[in-house]
Each structure stands twice: as C-alpha cells, then as structure tokens.
Write a protein that binds this ligand. Structure first.
Ligand code: UDX
Length: 437
C-alpha cells in the first residue's frame, strides 16, 4: 500500500495508540510519541500497555512493515509531520469536574516549536468547546512566522471494540476552519471514507461539542432504560421486552438499551461532568444531563443494595462472589466501574467479597481493599452465599451451572447484566434476580 501521509500521534494511551496503529494500517507513516519511557520501551518490545482485542497483532504487523514507530522524542518526528494529533488525557480536574487541559496545552506548546509550515495540528482528545482556539493561540505565540492549521477530530471508538470501531466508524467528524486542514484530514481518512463511512465536515467548535453531545446522549439512553427497568420490576414487566418494543422504532434505535448496573469507564462519567461545566460557563442549563449524572451515581450503589436485598437483608458476616470488575467486558479498565461502588456497599453491609475478572484484577487490586481476588469464577464462588454477575464477560455466559450451584452455599444469583434467562436459572434450581424483570 502506498504511504500517504506522515503522522505524529502525541500520547500513546487508549485513543492515541489505537488511532496511531490504525492510521499506520491505512498506509500512513506514523510515529507514536509518549513521555513515559517505560511505556515506549514496552511498546518497542511488542508489549501493550492496555488490553484491547486485536491490538497487539495490528501493532506487530505495522511495526514489521515499517510504518509504525514508538518514541519519546517528539523533536525528531514532529518536523516531518503533515499532521500532528494530540491524543493526551483530559481527566476530570480534581475538585471541580472541568476537563483538565494541562496536558493538551503542554503538547501544543511543545509542538509549536517543532512543526513545519502548513502542518495540521489535530485535537483527538475529547476537549471542551473552544480548546482548539486556545491551542491555536498557544502555537501562534511561539510560531508567528508561518501558516499552520488547528483542527478537531473527535474519536468515537469504544474500548473492547476499538479497532473495528476505528476501521469501520459510523461517521468521521472533522472540525476545520480552513480548507487546507480539511484536505489533509480527508486524505488521512480516505481508506475509511471510501469504504462508505460519511465524513462530516463542520466548524471546529461544532465538532468539539459533537463529541460531548454524543456521549451525553448515549449516557441518557442508558439511564433512561435503567429507570424503566426499575419500574418494570415494580409493575411486573420484562425490560428486555420493553427495550425491544421501543428499539424497533427507528427514531429510537435498539442499541444502548441494555439495562444494567449503570455506566462507567473513561468517557461517559468524565465527559458528562465536563459538559455540565461548559454549560455553566456559558450560562446555559443542561438539566437532562444533570439528572443523568445523578441517576447514574445513585444507580451504582443501588446495585449493591439490590444484592443485599436479594440475600434477605440480614447479611452481616455473609459472603458474595463478584464475577466481573471492569466497567464492561473485553477491557481491563476499572475507571468509574460500577463494581467499585457495589463492593463498597457490600462491605459497608458487613459482607466479605471474593472477586474474579478475566483482565481487570491487576487494576482492581490498586483500587479495592479487603477483596479476595480469585483464580477463576468457580474459585470465587466457592463457599459464598451469593454469586453476582457485574460484567458481561463471555466466560460468565457459559458457567457450568450445576458446578456453580454445588459450590455456592445458597443457590442464589444476582445477574446485573441479564446474561441468563430466568427460565434457565430457575430450571437449574437457582433463586435468580436480574435487572428489570
Ligand atoms: C464510550 C462511547 O461508546 C464511545 O463512543 C466514546 O468514544 C467513549 O465512550 P466506552 O466507554 O468504551 O465508549 O464504552 P461503551 O461500550 O460505550 O459503554 C459505556 C458504559 O455504558 C459501560 O459501563 C457499559 O456497560 C454501559 N452500557 C452500555 C450499558 O449499561 N448499557 C448499554 O446498553 C450500553
């Protein structure tokens, strides 16, 4: 494949690493830069800093074919780049929930001194409206002798499905204020846009807001179905039926209607908060998003209480096997995972927790105390009073139910991801509690 563009990706976290690798796979020459020497050394040895299906192989292939490199030295790569993407973290700022943009601005300052004339600097990190303006101002302050362009290109990939999402996106959004920047981004994305993903070109501020609006809308959909699922439990309806019934209306759409323990992860919690801050700064009110944040926070602890209730309320000294710790399946990410609040609520009630997660335990160990981490789901369930499925890992969909029942003190399962059917579980003699039916 012909090499099209020279790209530098600043930040080799989730978004930077996946985007950089996929750009290389499109045929571009990509240098991924990160300040963390250990991370770069590991990547150069083929060791991934995150668990993401298919990533290791795709990195290896593109490194072997000479299109993908990892370095800590921005100064050697940036001067040759047609486009420099900023994909550093924008965590919630401690104390006020604003997005912390210090890494983005530090990157802007550094590359200002290194880029070549006509280069496009692209924010891929999720950044509040107006960040592109500030990035442009920062670069201009060190680089007023030639033209360069600042664009926004938000990333919509999901953890666990990141490569597929990147290679086959529903759309590519670019926020550009100049045709030169649009041209470069169109070239970079040509392999996906010719494969029928629409390229949406808009003004930079609209593009920045699109990312937050998308995440807030999806978070709203989840909270909506979660509240409907509570009502289903009260009135004796099955939320799966209701979700199917509403989702087939094309205006609603059937995805993101799985009731569960509440959303977590690196995006929805942080981005909904940051969006509220943007609204506040501009004297606008986003009451729906405010409600979503509150509903989701209380849902997570509510799931712990649901377990306590299923165990009969008198739980002091009892034990629970928690199956799944990550915020969703196919990731090792524990950030804002519902399991954190669930464990806390169970421990507050005097329950001891034995836990197992296929990929998340290394991260979980740094975030949870007094939890016994186990070898596998069966080890976790041995001698406990209740099994709780908190993450929808494939391994928990295929439990040996007879063995499960034999290992538990009580045949009690609380399935917070609706992995099993009531008929199946009751057929095996379990007392089965799910979400929304
Ligand atoms: C999300 C967005 O989907 C993605 O576009 C954006 O770029 C980053 O944030 P991610 O956080 O990786 O991606 O996970 P996602 O699959 O969207 O799930 C987010 C949370 O919502 C998880 O906790 C998941 O369990 C929960 N969820 C999702 C539900 O509870 N029900 C659903 O129907 C869907």
């Amino acid at each position: 494949m012909e090499v099209d563009m020279r790209i530098v990706m600043i930040g080799s976290g989730y978004v930077g690493l996946v985007s950089g690798t996929c750009f290389a796979d499109f045929g571009h020459e990509v240098v991924c830069v990160d300040k963390d020497q250990r991370k770069i050394d590991a990547l150069n040895e083929g060791i991934m800093p995150i668990y993401e299906p298919g990533l290791e192989q795709l990195v290896a292939k593109n490194v072997a074919e000479g299109r993908l490199k990892f370095t800590t030295e921005l100064e050697s790569a940036a001067p040759f780049a047609d486009a420099v993407f900023i994909a550093v973290g924008t965590p919630s700022r401690r104390g006020d929930g604003h997005a912390d943009l210090s890494y983005v601005y530090a990157a802007a300052k550094e590359i200002g001194q290194l880029i070549r004339p006509g280069a496009v600097v692209v924010t891929k990190s999720t950044v509040p409206v107006g960040t592109g303006d500030e990035v442009e101002r920062i670069i201009r302050s060190v680089r007023d002798d030639f033209e360069f362009y600042v664009a926004s290109n938000p990333e919509f990939l999901r953890e666990g499905a990141a490569i597929d999402d990147f290679q086959r996106p529903d759309r590519v959004v670019i926020g550009v204020n100049e045709p030169e920047a649009a041209h470069v981004l169109n070239e970079i994305y040509r392999p996906v846009t010719t494969n029928s993903a629409p390229m949406l070109q808009m003004a930079r501020r609209a593009s920045e807001l699109t990312k937050y609006a998308a995440n807030a809308f999806l978070a709203t959909k989840i909270c909506f179905i979660n509240e409907i699922s509570d009502l289903c439990e009260r009135v004796g309806a099955d939320v799966g039926d209701v979700a199917l019934g509403i989702g087939m209306d094309k205006r609603i759409g059937s995805s993101f209607l799985n009731a569960g323990p509440g959303y977590g992860g690196s995006c929805f919690p942080k981005d909904t908060l940051a969006l509220l801050k943007t609204a506040q700064d501009h004297d606008a009110s986003l009451r729906i998003v405010e409600a979503v944040v509150a509903v989701n926070d209380s849902r997570k602890r509510g799931m712990g209480r649901k377990v306590v209730h299923a165990m009969g309320g008198d739980v002091h000294g009892k034990s629970v096997a928690l199956l799944g710790l990550t915020f969703k399946a196919d990731t090792d990410d524990m950030r804002d995972s519902p399991s954190l609040a669930i464990v806390q609520t169970l421990q507050d009630a005097g329950i001891s927790v034995r836990a197992y997660d296929p990929e998340g335990m290394a991260n979980a160990r740094t975030m949870m105390t007094e939890v016994t981490f186990c070898e596998d789901p069966y080890d976790a369930m041995t001698g406990t009073d209740c099994a709780v499925i908190a993450t929808e890992w494939a391994a928990f969909r295929a439990l040996d139910l007879q063995r499960t029942k034999d290992l538990l003190k009580e045949p009690l399962m609380v399935d917070l991801r609706n992995v099993y059917s009531r008929a199946e579980m009751e057929g095996h003699g379990f007392r089965y509690h799910a979400v929304g039916h």
